[in-house]
Design a protein around this ligand. Sequence first.
Ligand SMILES: [Cu+2]
Length: 164
Amino acid sequence: MPIMTRLFLILTIALLSACNNTEPSDNVAEEASESVATTATEVTIADAWVRENVPGQKVGAAYMTLNSPQKSELVYAEAVDAAGTVEIHSMTMNDGVMKMRMLEALTLEPNTPVTLAPGGFHLMLFDLKQPLQAGQEVSFRLCFKDEQGEITEQFITAPVKSQE
Ligand SMILES: [Cu+2]
């Protein structure tokens, strides 16, 4: 394996484990000052919804609008009660064919809303625990990384709705 690839993998694993770390910190003072900083720089998440499954559909998609006061990246998403994994996807039209691509990160420029919507960016839900039906709600944990490399987790709940 080339050294750069290996380095990238190590960095990715380090990043994911930082994001996945839900263990309570034993440094309470540091935790408190961190949460103050977090509130000031939180990403605004609006109009989140999850598309209802049609019969036989094995995956799901979630949409929302993200607006960050500072440059940031969406680097990780999960919905542990609803899906085994959640990926960040883009969708582009290529010679009349819709193509989905997994993104390592979705870049957010300061105060510039990024909309995840049908036909464009979306969160793709795999290994669904049960079919997504209108009226249900799906809870997500999203991790954002700022330019300093600081990772902030945010929690949202999105209603399941039929295609809009
Ligand atoms: Cu997708």
